[in-house]
Design a protein around this ligand. Structure first.
Ligand code: PAF
Length: 323
């Protein structure tokens, strides 16, 4: 018996890496089969390969570590190392990020990707280093659309008084207030129960979320409003980032790029297949025509006045002018 234990111990010692492997937590709000899940998996693969398995990325999907704001705060404290988040609460940490939440700002996915990967997006990423965070890259969710249980939405009058959950994001909140809806900012982990209990009538999110969360189980109508682009971000804990050497930091930057590529590929796919999937699952779907979209844009005129007071007009103009 004694000899067997020794042999097992010797075999284990030979198989074990020559160093202690460090587990790092990555937390995110959605399931492993979502755009966040595929991004996190791609991230983990590059980290394992690039660091010779020095770091092992442990996945904490489905808000297992809390809501997005809580997880970002945990990154600042250094108790969680990595997260993929929406822009929901980012402006609380770096106010400039809110400019990308302005409705009808981006023409299409390519426009958004060009701005975020270009100087405007990269300068805003760099601001996170002063907030106990390191922003690796802009990820993506897609354009947000409205789902609800009350009625189909074709004109701004159809959202009057609609109890719609928004992210805890003042730019989104102002837009829905200006439309005459009754918006309720709420952290994501409360949303499904609130929809089931009828506390809210609807919510808004991109197809990537609506499909992967199966929102059709709690929502009847989907309006393809595309009212705002929804960026995501891959963030690393500042204290953890500061502890890394330059070589390892370069691996993390590569992993961030791999995560973005995986997320964008997921979004590209769900943008072409998602509506059919949701119709098959029983949702009643309508798409706003360009004229109907223009009516919504006109309805939020008052919100635009606030946006132009909050964000530099020249910044907004250069985003719009980016080709
Ligand atoms: O609506 C939100 O809060 C976000 O889009 C979500 C679903 C948590 C993904 O980051």
């Amino acid at each position: 018996m004694k000899y067997t234990s020794l042999a097992v111990a010797a075999a284990m010692a030979l198989a074990a890496p020559a160093f202690a492997q460090t587990d790092l937590k990555i937390g995110y709000a959605l399931a492993t089969d979502s755009h966040y899940g595929v991004g996190a998996a791609a991230f983990a693969d590059v980290i394992a390969a690039g660091t010779g398995d020095e770091f092992n990325i442990e996945q904490f999907p489905s808000s297992a570590l809390g809501g997005e704001r809580e997880v970002i705060e945990s990154l600042q404290l250094g108790t969680v190392e990595v997260t993929i988040v929406s822009s929901g609460t980012l402006a609380n940490f770096v106010p400039d990020t809110g400019v990308f939440d302005i409705p009808f700002l981006f023409r299409d996915l390519n426009h958004a990707r060009t701005v975020l990967d270009g100087p405007i997006g990269q300068e805003i990423l760099a601001e996170f280093d002063d907030e106990g965070l390191h922003a690796l890259a802009w990820g993506e969710q897609g354009f947000r659309h409205i789902t609800n249980n009350r009625n189909p939405i074709e004109t701004p009058a159809d959202v009057a008084g609609l109890k719609i959950r928004t992210m805890e994001n003042p730019v989104h909140l102002e837009a829905f207030q200006a439309m005459g809806a009754a918006p309720t900012p709420m952290a994501w982990p409360e949303v499904i129960t609130s929809l089931q209990q009828g506390v809210i009538d609807g919510q808004e999110n991109p197809l990537s979320v609506i499909v992967s969360v199966k929102l059709n189980e709690v929502q009847k109508y989907l309006t393809l409003s595309g009212h705002v682009y929804s960026p995501a971000m891959i963030l690393v804990s500042g204290p953890f980032w500061d502890s890394l050497d330059d070589e390892t930091k370069a691996v993390f930057e590569e992993a961030g790029k791999a995560a973005v590529a995986a997320m964008r590929a997921y979004v590209d796919n769900v943008e072409t297949t998602g509506v059919e999937t949701l119709k098959e699952r029983g949702m009643i779907v309508n798409e706003l025509s360009p004229e109907q979209k223009a009516e919504f844009q006109a309805a939020i005129k008052a919100a635009y006045e606030t946006y132009y007071q909050t964000y530099d007009q020249s910044l907004i103009d250069s985003i719009i002018a980016t080709k």
